[in-house]
Each structure stands twice: as structure tokens, then as C-alpha cells.
Write a protein that binds this ligand. Structure first.
Ligand code: HEM
Length: 175
């Protein structure tokens, strides 16, 4: 990956992680459905936000080859943090997916994303424990590509609204 693409990815990932952090810390902030989830499924919401924002914030540094080569010990520890973050964020996502806005299509879309997010991260962990660095790298790229779905959603959704697509249609297609 070129340096400028890495910087773009890191800025977008950290921007969305920051949004999730503000959402966690300020009860009055965010869309109305989040206020509802704070009451109905607080554990799933906070697991999802805390795990998701941690995974987004640490992922870009893990994928940077130069940083990895310079401090392998730190890469290992941050990698463990990433895996635990996805586990917590992914289980929270499953709890939210069954209640997501706009019905069955988004339940299935977000639900499948959560399962694939957990599975790809598990595979990345398993392959490195088995000493297979090539497969570990491939699975980690898949895992973080899925983590970046959080960024993609927040780019596509505003664009769909600017394009005049009804929210319900756009949300189902994007999910
Ligand atoms: C990649 C797997 C992910 C899945 C399957 C997933 C799933 C979901 C679901 C189902 C909701 C509730 C939507 C609704 O009720 O309509 C949600 C909301 C949310 N998710 Fe995720 N998510 C994922 C990753 C992330 C990550 C990495 C973050 C990073 C911080 C994140 C941040 C949020 C936030 C902030 C909300 C609240 C909604 C908003 O204000 O936009 N998600 N997610």
C-alpha cells in the first residue's frame, strides 16, 4: 500500500473511532435509534462501540510494514488487543444486528458481516499461532477490510442522501 493511501485509511479509521467514542461518552449525542439502543440493549451497544473503536484505532498501525519491522514485540501486543476488541465488538454487533433499523435485510446483512468479521479475525489469530505468517497477513487484511465497513457505511450513507435515495432503500442496500 502506498504511503498516501495508508494515511487516508488511518485518518478515516481514526475519525470514525473518534465519532464512536463521543457517542459512548455523550448520552445525548447521535441518531435517535442509538438513544433507543442505550435503553434496550446497553451491553451490546457499549460492547460494540468500545470493541469497534479499538479495532479501528489500532488496525492501521498493525498493517504498517515499517512499524511492524521496527517493533515486533509491540506488534504482538497490539495484535492481541485487536483480536480481543473484534471479539467484543463482533459479539456486540450480533446483538445489534437482530434489532437494526429497516428490518430483515439489514439484520441479515449486518449479521453476516459480524460473523465474517469474527471468523476472519479468528483465522488470523489461529494462523499466526501455527507460525504461518503468509496466511496470517492475508487473514488480517480480510479482517481489517471488514472493520473498515464502519468507515464505508459512513461514506456511502451521506452520499446516498445527497443523491436523494430514500433512507430505507439506501440503508438496506448498504447493510
Ligand atoms: C465490521 C463489523 C460490524 C458490524 C457487523 C456492525 C454492525 C452494526 C449494527 C448492526 C449497528 C446498529 C445499526 C442499526 O441499529 O440500524 C451498528 C451501529 C454502530 N456501529 Fe457498527 N458494525 C461493525 C463495525 C463497527 C466498527 C469497527 C465501528 C467502529 C467504531 C462501528 C461503530 C458503530 C457505531 C458508532 C454505531 C452507531 C450507529 C451510528 O451512529 O452510525 N461499527 N453497527
Amino acid at each position: 500500500m502506498t504511503r498516501s493511501l495508508w494515511v487516508l485509511m488511518a485518518v478515516l479509521a481514526i475519525g470514525v473511532a473518534g465519532y464512536a467514542l463521543v457517542l459512548m461518552l455523550l448520552p445525548g449525542f447521535g441518531p435517535p435509534f442509538v438513544a433507543d439502543r442505550r435503553v434496550t440493549v446497553p451491553l451490546a451497544l457499549f460492547a460494540h462501540l468500545s470493541g469497534g473503536l479499538t479495532a479501528l484505532a489500532v488496525g492501521p498501525w498493525q498493517l504498517n510494514a515499517r512499524l511492524r519491522a521496527r517493533a515486533l514485540g509491540r506488534h504482538r501486543w497490539t495484535g492481541r488487543v485487536y483480536v480481543v476488541a473484534v471479539l467484543i465488538g463482533g459479539l456486540g454487533a450480533l446483538g445489534l444486528a437482530v434489532r437494526s433499523e429497516e428490518g430483515l435485510v439489514t439484520h441479515v446483512g449486518f449479521g453476516m458481516l459480524a460473523v465474517l468479521w469474527l471468523a476472519s479475525t479468528f483465522m488470523a489469530y489461529r494462523t499466526i499461532r501455527a507460525g504461518d505468517q503468509v496466511a496470517h497477513r492475508v487473514w488480517m487484511i480480510r479482517s481489517f477490510a471488514l472493520t473498515l465497513a464502519a468507515v464505508a457505511l459512513r461514506v456511502y450513507l451521506p452520499l446516498s442522501q445527497v443523491a436523494g435515495i430514500p433512507f430505507a432503500d439506501a440503508y438496506q442496500v448498504i447493510a
